[in-house]
Design a protein around this ligand. Structure first.
Ligand SMILES: Nc1nc2c(ncn2[C@@H]2O[C@H](COP(=O)(O)OP(=O)(O)OP(=O)(O)O)[C@@H](O)[C@H]2O)c(=O)[nH]1
Ligand SMILES: [Mg+2]
Length: 439
């Protein structure tokens, strides 16, 4: 199976700062606080798009950042929420953490979406901090920074079309002339050892550039392949997921009819479903024989395939190539339409829930380390909620610092450090900011 890999850094947008502002109007000498909240930062969203085939459009940048939320303003004006940054990826993209230790999303169906980095919350303006005891708060929250992640995208391409046939019939040559795949081609059997995948773009045949599909070329099949002979059997599994098979026969072979029968019977033995897939039969290397013998050989196969048309082809001279490609496109479009109909029916039954990345960490706070120095004790504290508060609060502002003490008390953090022996002069460090312990 073909994998395309890409490492990216993504950063969601920061929340906008809340405003610190007081009403200033003529004849109102001491206006109250009127600072509005900041807007939310943009999320980074990945979406499976059926019209995208590779990850290459994302590869020209190593980093993606969503817009930040707007700042809050006076007169209780809220900052604008930023737009989400939507990155389209092909169907079949699996997303991991950069070290590949954890799978974050599997976008296997069209329009599957996942929020991979959440935009920061907007900070609250000073108006929100007004209370009966503090009528003129001189503090507003800063916006929360957007989530930041390093991720690994891996594309598991699922081919639409599988090319099958005996060894050396020209399967790899075919994929090399129709797609971007550049497999090894040689005049001996089993040149292809692992499947090759290629993207076919119909524009090279005079079709639309929007029409493209994925083709797989697999190692040659031989008699007994279904029981494990040769190499092809291992890879028949991959073609089982294709929608259409292109069965290539070599017209220079001694007995093309027998070759055809061998493959048909191996497919049946391997998997009944596979043998029922729609097949386009191609007789290749027609540049090597005269018209008379081609007619005769095609006729023999035609007798047993009955209605199925046999496509004469030369990968060398490209004779018959265009006809073949448009036939593949036509059949594939029909098959996809059918599939879409079925999936729409299925979708009606199931309520679709977008894959949302769960909040990994709901812990309010945690004491990570207690470090004793000559003069004092340093408590290193982490945790989603307390970190969020710290990054959104300017602790140089006395009212901001007061707020942190207030929440530390409410969360039980104050008690927890006391239990660990905190005394005057000790320090609590959260997200790199130092807060002196106080009783
Ligand atoms: N004359 C002629 N030779 C061809 C044509 N197509 C392929 N060949 C030759 O046939 C030989 C085998 O081609 P491959 O594409 O490697 O065959 P394959 O089916 O992929 O073979 P395996 O990977 O071993 O199963 C090569 O020497 C090609 O150059 C054709 O249309 N005309
Ligand atoms: Mg090959």
């Amino acid at each position: 199976m073909f994998c395309d890999e890409l490492k990216l850094k993504i950063t969601a947008g920061d929340g906008g700062n809340g405003a610190l502002s007081f009403r200033r109007e003529k004849f109102i000498p001491r206006g109250g606080p009127d600072g509005g909240d900041g807007g939310r930062g943009g999320n980074i969203i990945f979406r499976a798009n059926a019209n995208v085939n590779t990850l290459s459009h994302l590869a020209n940048r190593k980093m993606y950042k969503a817009e930040s939320g707007g700042k809050g303003k006076g007169n209780n004006m809220t900052g604008l929420n930023a737009e989400d940054l939507i990155l389209d990826v092909p169907q079949g993209t699996v997303i991991y953490t950069a070290d590949k230790q954890q799978q974050l999303a599997d976008l296997s169906k069209p329009n599957d979406i996942v929020i991979l980095a959440k935009g920061g919350k907007g900070g609250m303006g000073n108006l929100r901090f007004t209370s009966s005891t503090n009528q003129a708060p001189r503090f507003a929250e800063t916006g929360e920074p957007g989530e930041e992640k390093e991720i690994l995208l891996e594309l598991k391409l699922v081919a639409d079309v599988g090319i099958i046939g005996l060894p050396s019939v020209g399967k790899s040559t075919l994929i090399s002339v129709i797609s971007n795949a550049r497999p090894k081609i040689a005049a001996y059997h089993f040149t292809t050892l692992i499947p090759n995948l290629g993207v076919v773009n119909m524009s090279q045949f005079g079709g639309s550039a929007m029409e493209s599909f994925v083709v797989a070329d697999i190692p040659g099949l031989i008699e007994g392949a279904s029981e494990g002979k040769g190499l092809g059997h291992k890879f028949l599994r991959h073609v089982s997921r294709t929608k259409l098979l292109v069965h290539v026969i070599d017209c220079t072979s001694e007995n093309p009819l027998n070759d055809y029968k061998t493959i048909i019977s191996e497919l049946k033995l391997f998997d009944k479903k596979l043998s029922k897939l729609k097949q386009i039969v191609v007789i290749n290397k027609v540049d090597m024989i005269d018209e008379e013998s081609l007619k005769q050989k095609t006729g023999e196969i035609q007798k047993i395939t009955k209605t199925t048309k046999i496509y004469p082809l030369s990968c060398m001279t490209r004779v018959g190539l265009k006809d073949l490609m448009f036939q593949i496109l036509k059949d594939l479009t029909l098959l996809k339409k059918k599939e879409r109909k079925i999936s729409i029916e299925e979708n009606k039954k199931v309520v679709k829930i977008p894959v949302l990345h769960p909040h990994i960490d709901r812990i309010k706070f945690i004491i990570n380390k207690v470090e004793k120095t000559a003069e004092n004790t340093i408590f290193h504290v982490g945790g989603k909620r307390i970190e969020q508060l710290i990054v959104m609060t300017d602790i140089k502002n006395p009212e901001g610092l007061e707020r942190i003490y207030h929440y530390m008390g409410r969360m039980g953090l104050q008690k927890a450090v006391e239990k660990n022996g905190a005394t005057f002069g000790d320090i609590i460090i959260i997200k790199g900011k130092s807060i002196p312990y106080r009783k």
